[in-house]
Design a protein around this ligand. Structure first.
Ligand SMILES: Cc1ncc(C[n+]2csc(CCOP(=O)(O)OP(=O)(O)O)c2C)c(N)n1
Length: 373
């Protein structure tokens, strides 16, 4: 298997806190902030993949912007954007085979869900607050959104271990935020993944913040990646805004899992440019505003500059994709809106038990009699 190019660990404590220093591998940069390739680096994607990942990132950005605007108009509930994290999310998703690999999500991975084939109307149905939005259609290999921080990671390991025992081909990726890595579930899952050599990737989107708690106050460890050493698991730190570096390290982690070599932890360092969600006001706890942050870190500008310089992208393509995405968003929202009109109190009981106990059946019947007719 190909080996990822890495750099030597930094010396100073400040740099260690940023880049690691306890055995984690540091992935060498590929796509620099100015949209050029680093000296000696090669683009790990072919032209079609570059166009695919750029389109994915642009669509995700437009859907995110619309999500915030729908929430402000009272058309959907609380909404968390992925904006600014597209390099980490889309770059990692590009390394998956959507037909066999599974995503066990947290709640801030829109480009991943799109790449795995989620119909957009399902996303809007969820944020309208309708139970139909929770379940992914057959063939879309994504688990439901997990708001209980960290609880998705034991699920990811369990599923991957099951795949191994059943000799099924899939790899499972558990996505998690930096804040959620302080939960016990993260450590239990990591330990089990190390012991079982389950085909799983722990993908940490370290966006610097857990609502108002900055990364420095989340853990005294030099990095989140460093924690994998205790589980006997290799780990990598990668610039999450460098979509090519993310893709290349993820591709290697997925290949390790597929080859029966076990789990890998990847810490993608990115930045949450916006609010935690639409009920948060970041100006109360940090000084940099969203516009400055995105100007400083934007993974989309980097990739667009690179693709344009190679003649793989231009203003016409951009305009056409923007227009088709707005149509896609509008149509999906209309479908979701219609779907969400069908709602009854007894839906509370849907998807709770495969075989409901007698008591639950009685409760459902009572509610149906009272409200549903
Ligand atoms: C067990 C648990 N504790 C607290 C919360 C409340 N909560 C929701 S999101 C969040 C911050 C999570 O930050 P991070 O894991 O870094 O992910 P991000 O939102 O930055 O993507 C908190 C504390 C929760 N959902 N679950």
């Amino acid at each position: 298997m190909e080996t990822i190019k890495t750099e030597s660990p930094p010396d100073t404590l400040a740099d260690k806190q940023r880049f690691g220093g306890h055995g984690e591998n540091i992935v060498a940069p590929i796509l620099q902030a100015d949209g050029t390739l680093a000296a000696g680096a090669e683009c790990p994607m072919d032209d079609d993949q570059v166009q695919e990942v750029l389109s994915l990132m642009i669509r995700s950005r437009l859907i995110d912007e619309r999500g915030v605007s729908y929430q402000r108009q009272g058309r959907i509930g609380t909404f968390s954007e992925n904006r600014g994290q597209e390099g980490a999310s889309a770059g990692s998703a590009m390394a998956l085979n959507a037909e066999t690999d599974w995503v066990v999500q947290s709640y801030r991975e829109l480009p991943v869900l799109l790449r795995q084939g989620m119909p957009l109307e399902q996303y809007w149905t969820l944020f309208i607050g309708h139970p139909d939005g929770w379940g992914f259609p057959e063939g879309v290999n994504v688990w439901p959104l997990q708001i209980e921080l960290g609880a998705q990671m034991p699920h990811a390991v369990g599923m991957a271990w099951g795949f191994k025992r059943q000799q099924r081909p899939g790899v499972v990726v558990g996505y998690i935020g930096d804040g959620a890595t302080s939960e016990g579930d993260f450590y239990e899952a990591g330990n089990l993944a190390g012991v079982t050599k389950a085909p799983v990737v722990f993908f940490v989107q370290n966006n610097g913040w857990a609502i108002s708690t900055p990364r420095e106050r989340q853990t005294a460890a030099s990095s989140i990646a460093a924690k994998a050493a205790g589980w006997g698991m290799p780990s990598y730190i990668v610039d999450g805004n460098d979509v090519f570096a993310v893709y290349s390290v993820m591709r290697e982690a997925v290949a390790r899992a597929r080859n029966g070599e076990g789990a890998t932890l990847i810490e993608a360092q990115t930045y949450r440019v916006g609010a935690h969600n639409t009920s948060d006001a970041p100006s109360r706890y940090r000084t940099e505003d969203g516009a400055d942050a995105i100007a400083r870190t934007d993974p989309l500008v980097r990739l667009r500059t690179y693709a344009t310089s190679l003649g793989l992208w231009d203003a016409d393509r951009d305009a056409a994709l923007t227009e088709s995405t707005y149509i896609e968003i509008d149509e999906a929202f209309k479908v979701a809106h219609e779907r969400a009109k069908v709602r009854t109190p007894s839906m509370l009981f849907d998807h709770v038990y495969a075989d409901p106990p007698a008591r639950t059946i009685r409760q459902r019947e009572t509610i149906e009699k009272e409200f549903d007719q």
